[in-house]
Structures are given as C-alpha cells and as structure tokens.
Design a protein around this ligand. Structure first.
Ligand SMILES: *[C@@H]1O[C@H](CO)[C@@H](O)[C@H](O)[C@H]1NC(C)=O
Ligand SMILES: *[C@@H]1O[C@H](CO)[C@@H](O)[C@H](O)[C@H]1NC(C)=O
Ligand SMILES: *[C@@H]1O[C@H](CO)[C@@H](O)[C@H](O)[C@H]1NC(C)=O
Ligand SMILES: *[C@@H]1O[C@H](CO)[C@@H](O)[C@H](O)[C@H]1NC(C)=O
Ligand SMILES: *[C@@H]1O[C@H](CO)[C@@H](O)[C@H](O)[C@H]1NC(C)=O
Ligand SMILES: *[C@@H]1O[C@H](CO)[C@@H](O)[C@H](O)[C@H]1NC(C)=O
Ligand SMILES: *[C@@H]1O[C@H](CO)[C@@H](O)[C@H](O)[C@H]1NC(C)=O
Ligand SMILES: *[C@@H]1O[C@H](CO)[C@@H](O)[C@H](O)[C@H]1NC(C)=O
Ligand SMILES: *[C@@H]1O[C@H](CO)[C@@H](O)[C@H](O)[C@H]1NC(C)=O
Ligand SMILES: *[C@@H]1O[C@H](CO)[C@@H](O)[C@H](O)[C@H]1NC(C)=O
Ligand SMILES: *[C@@H]1O[C@H](CO)[C@@H](O)[C@H](O)[C@H]1NC(C)=O
Ligand SMILES: *[C@@H]1O[C@H](CO)[C@@H](O)[C@H](O)[C@H]1NC(C)=O
Length: 391
C-alpha cells in the first residue's frame, strides 16, 4: 500500500516536471529569435524562388513563428530549434517547400542554414545543376529534391553527407553516372533514384550500404549485371529495378533478403533465373518479375506466402502446371498476371473473383468436367485478349 502511494506521488512529480518543461520550452520559443543570418538567407532563397506570395510564411518578420512552424499544417513548413544560447536563439532545422510550383535553382544561401537536417523541395520546377557545395550541408539527414528539372551530374561531394538516412532525387533530368562516393553514405536507409536520368552501373562501393531498406531505381538506363552485393542488404524492404538495362541473372543470394515486402525486377536481358531464390522471402506482398527471363516452374509452396497480393510473372519462360496452392489463394491474391509463359494444366476455380487477372498466351488445357469455370475463364481470357488487341 505504502509503496504504491509513493510511486503514485513520484508519478505526479514526474508529470509536473514534464509539465514545467513544456511551459519553459514554449516560453523560450516565444521569446527566442531566429539567427539573423538564417533570416536573411531564407528571405533571399524565397525571393529567388518566387515564393513571396506564400501567405503562410512569416518571411519579412520572424520565420520561426506563425503557421509555418505549425506541423499540423500541410506543406510548406519550417521547423526550428529554439534552445540555443540559453533559449534566446532559434536555428532552422527543417525546410519543406513541397508542390508549390516554384522555379529557380539550388541557391547557395542554403549553406547559411547550418543546422538544417531536413530539406524537402520536391514537386516544383527547379532547374540547373546540384552544386558541389551541397557536400557542405553536413547536418542533412533527409535530402529530397525529386520531381523537379534539375540537370547535370550528381556531384561526388554528395558522398560527404554522412548523416543522410534518406536521399531522393528521382524524376529529374540528371546526366552521368552514380558517383562511387555515394557508397560512403553508410547510414542511408532509403534511396530513390527512379527516373533520375542517370546511366551506367551501380558502383561497387554501394556494397557498403548495408542499412538500405528501400531502393527505387526504375526507369533510368542503369546497366550492368544486377549487383550481387544487394543480396547482403539484409534489411531491404523494397527493391525496384524495372525498365533499366540490367543484365541477369537475378543473383541467387537474393534468397537472403528475407525482410523483403516488395520485389519488382523487370526487363532483364541476358541471363535467366529460376524462382528458387524466393523460397525464404515469405513476407513478400508484391512480387513483380516481368519480362525478366524467369525459367522453370512456379513454387509448389506458393500458398505459404500469406501476404502476397500482387503476383506478376508475365512475359517469362515459366513452364509446368499451376501449383495446387495457387488454387487456395483467392482471399489474398488480388492481382495475378501469368500471361505470355508456357504454363499448362488447369486454371484456379476462383479466377472469376480475382480483381485483376491476366493469363493470356499460355498452354492451359480446359478439362470438360470443369465446364462452368472454363466458360467463365474463357470469357475473361477473351475479354483480356480483346482489350490487349485494342491497344
Ligand atoms: C529556457 O530558458 C531557461 C532560461 O531562460 C533555461 O534555463 C531553460 O533550460 C530553457 N529551456 C529550454 C527547454 O530550452
Ligand atoms: C519572455 O518575454 C516576456 C515579455 O517580454 C518576459 O516577461 C518573460 O520573462 C520572458 N521569458 C523568458 C523565459 O525570458
Ligand atoms: C511575424 O514576425 C513578427 C516579428 O518579426 C511578429 O511580430 C509577427 O507576429 C509575425 N507574424 C505572424 C503571422 O506570426
Ligand atoms: C497552429 O495550429 C493550431 C490549430 O490549427 C492553431 O490553433 C494555432 O494558432 C496555430 N499556431 C500558430 C503559431 O500558427
Ligand atoms: C541563462 O538564463 C538564466 C535565466 O535568465 C540566467 O540566470 C543564466 O545566467 C543564463 N545563462 C547564460 C550562460 O547566459
Ligand atoms: C500549381 O499549378 C497547377 C497548374 O497550374 C495548379 O493547378 C496548382 O494549384 C498550383 N499549385 C500551387 C500550390 O500553386
Ligand atoms: C565547403 O567546405 C570546404 C571544406 O571545408 C571548403 O573548403 C569550401 O570553401 C566550402 N564551400 C563553401 C561554398 O562554403
Ligand atoms: C534535360 O537536359 C538536357 C541537357 O542535359 C536538355 O537538353 C533537355 O532539354 C532537358 N530536358 C528537360 C525536360 O528539362
Ligand atoms: C556479403 O557479405 C559477406 C560477409 O560480410 C562477404 O563475405 C561477401 O563477400 C559479401 N558478398 C558480396 C557479393 O558482396
Ligand atoms: C515478416 O513480417 C512479420 C510480421 O510483420 C514480422 O514480424 C517479421 O519480423 C518479418 N520477417 C522478416 C524476416 O522481416
Ligand atoms: C525462352 O523461350 C524461348 C522460346 O522457346 C527461347 O527462344 C528462349 O531462349 C528462352 N529463354 C530462356 C531465358 O530460357
Ligand atoms: C476439374 O475437375 C476434376 C475432375 O472432376 C477435379 O478433380 C478438379 O479438381 C477440377 N478442377 C478444378 C479447378 O475445379
């Protein structure tokens, strides 16, 4: 009894402590002012970007005030840390300028924001190159400049940003190759470079990126063999290599990527793979290996992938019958595409309930004892074929 009331008291005191802490935080934040060099840098940046008209920012006054710092807002926003100099100075730590139709370049004034750890300026109309001095923005943990029209090479100095967890420069107009120096970004967890314009091989230095969880690298002409060091990125959740110029085979050590949820590899030439490597990838939700020179049969344990809802193995050299397990997956699997293979045998009875189905161009045999299914299936097949022919 005594003990519990004591701990209750401790709890109350602890709660009050927290309470006071919040009050003092708030007061400090209210009284503190933004580092003047950051205020003028921000004003200059916004002027260059033509962002004066954005009502949400307190541009001419105190940037670390008003609704721009209010994270309940959607973009744009700023985040400040106002605990500096005994709670009298705020430094800007995050800057998000998302989807505001802004134009301009990557301005040098950003260097004045020395405490900036998040810079997100996606979905605008920014142009020009990424300058080498971007490598001096050493506090950055997140750099996201996707869906703009930046051009030129990716500066090797980007490899100096050792604190980066997330790097995103997809959907731009860059040229050249991935600098090997990016392999120094050993804290990188997410790399989005899809549609970025770069060509060439993924540098071997990327073998060091063992913390990688997400790599999207589709729709840009990367080439060379699919690197086998990716098989050592055992934290990988999502891998997308579609519409590149990669050569097969898919490395067999991809069997180690047991954390994978989403695996999408398509348009591979020169080197066939079997599906043996997916044996232990039981957490897959979507498996898209389309036009990827896959040979052999479908795994007999296909029903043991409980989360699988997209299975697209179209345009390969798959042979054999559909495994019985596939016939039991009507509840989970909503998108099944096995078109353009050499599969044979009969079709699952639930094909009618599958939201999206494509089984055209195979060698399926229709058993006369399954006429009801066959009729429905044929209708589906004809519908699918027709829609394909119409394209
Ligand atoms: C607020 O400022 C006081 C002094 O003015 C300082 O002792 C305290 O640590 C500051 N609190 C925070 C959260 O920065
Ligand atoms: C904040 O400013 C107000 C009024 O200027 C003052 O009364 C208060 O003591 C200041 N708070 C801190 C923590 O300096
Ligand atoms: C803008 O900043 C000034 C201080 O420079 C402040 O007086 C004013 O209240 C701020 N405006 C808004 C909307 O927060
Ligand atoms: C932040 O948002 C809340 C709710 O929308 C609003 O009441 C509050 O005034 C806002 N604070 C600032 C500083 O804009
Ligand atoms: C911080 O503020 C407190 C309260 O205003 C003051 O007593 C203390 O001397 C200040 N410390 C420094 C290093 O300025
Ligand atoms: C950006 O431009 C598009 C097309 O003109 C427009 O629909 C959209 O509202 C603009 N967005 C902003 C934030 O101004
Ligand atoms: C970037 O940092 C390097 C090395 O510290 C320094 O020599 C260079 O002047 C800096 N560049 C800019 C534009 O500040
Ligand atoms: C992309 O960059 C090239 C030069 O590298 C340029 O000719 C082309 O116009 C740019 N395209 C777009 C959409 O910006
Ligand atoms: C994968 O990691 C192991 C152990 O660190 C290492 O021996 C092997 O060479 C690596 N494989 C590749 C392809 O990098
Ligand atoms: C697979 O998913 C389950 C449930 O989300 C999770 O507990 C497990 O750790 C995952 N396995 C791997 C190897 O990531
Ligand atoms: C796939 O089958 C076609 C036609 O039978 C054949 O020409 C091709 O070599 C096969 N490709 C692979 C990777 O087995
Ligand atoms: C088709 O009919 C055969 C014989 O009646 C039966 O064994 C088989 O399970 C049926 N196939 C399907 C998909 O229902």
């Amino acid at each position: 009894m005594k003990q519990s009331s004591l701990s209750l008291l401790c709890f109350c005191l602890g709660y009050l402590g927290c309470f006071w802490f919040h009050i003092s935080m708030a007061q400090n934040a209210t009284n503190a002012t933004t580092d003047p060099s950051e205020v003028s840098a921000l004003n200059s940046i916004f002027q260059q970007w033509g962002a004066q008209s954005v009502a949400l920012w307190n541009i001419s006054g105190e940037p670390c005030s008003g609704s721009a710092i209010n994270r309940t807002n959607t973009y744009p926003d700023i985040k400040c840390d106002c605990t500096f100099d005994n709670g009298t100075t705020c430094h800007i730590t995050q800057l998000r300028v998302y989807a505001l139709n802004l134009t301009g370049r990557f301005p040098e004034e950003l260097l004045a924001l020395k405490y900036l750890n998040v810079l997100k300026i996606d979905k605008n109309f920014f142009t020009g190159p990424l300058p080498a001095w971007i490598g001096n923005m050493s506090a950055l943990t997140l750099l996201s400049i996707a869906i703009n029209a930046f051009s030129g090479p990716i500066p090797k100095e980007l490899g100096n940003l050792k604190n980066l967890n997330i790097l995103s420069f997809g959907s731009n107009n860059f040229s050249g190759t991935l600098p090997p120096e990016l392999g120094n970004l050993i804290n990188l967890q997410r790399l989005y470079v899809d549609s970025c314009g770069l060509t060439g091989e993924i540098p071997s230095t990327f073998a060091k990126l063992r913390n990688m969880e997400v790599l999207w690298a589709s729709d840009t002409p990367f080439s060379g063999k699919i690197p086998d060091f990716i098989g050592n990125w055992t934290k990988l959740n999502e891998l997308r290599l579609q519409g590149n110029s990669f050569e097969g085979p898919i490395p067999t050590n991809f069997s180690q990527l047991t954390s994978l949820n989403s695996l999408r590899i398509s348009d591979i030439y020169n080197g066939s793979s079997s599906l043996g490597f997916i044996k232990n990838l039981k957490n897959l939700t979507d498996l898209v290996l389309r036009n990827a020179l896959i040979t052999g049969s479908l795994p007999s344990d296909i029903a043991e992938y409980p989360s699988l809802w997209i299975l697209d193995l179209g345009f390969n050299n798959l042979t054999g019958q559909l495994p019985y397990g596939l016939f039991t997956m009507s509840a989970s699997l909503t998108h099944l595409d096995l078109s353009y293979n050499y599969l044979s045998g009969s079709l699952p009875p639930w094909v009618t309930s599958t939201a999206q189905l494509n089984l055209v161009v195979n060698n399926f045999i229709f058993d006369s004892s399954n006429t009801t299914y066959v009729e429905v299936t044929l209708t589906l097949l004809l519908t699918t074929t027709t829609s394909i022919n119409e394209k």
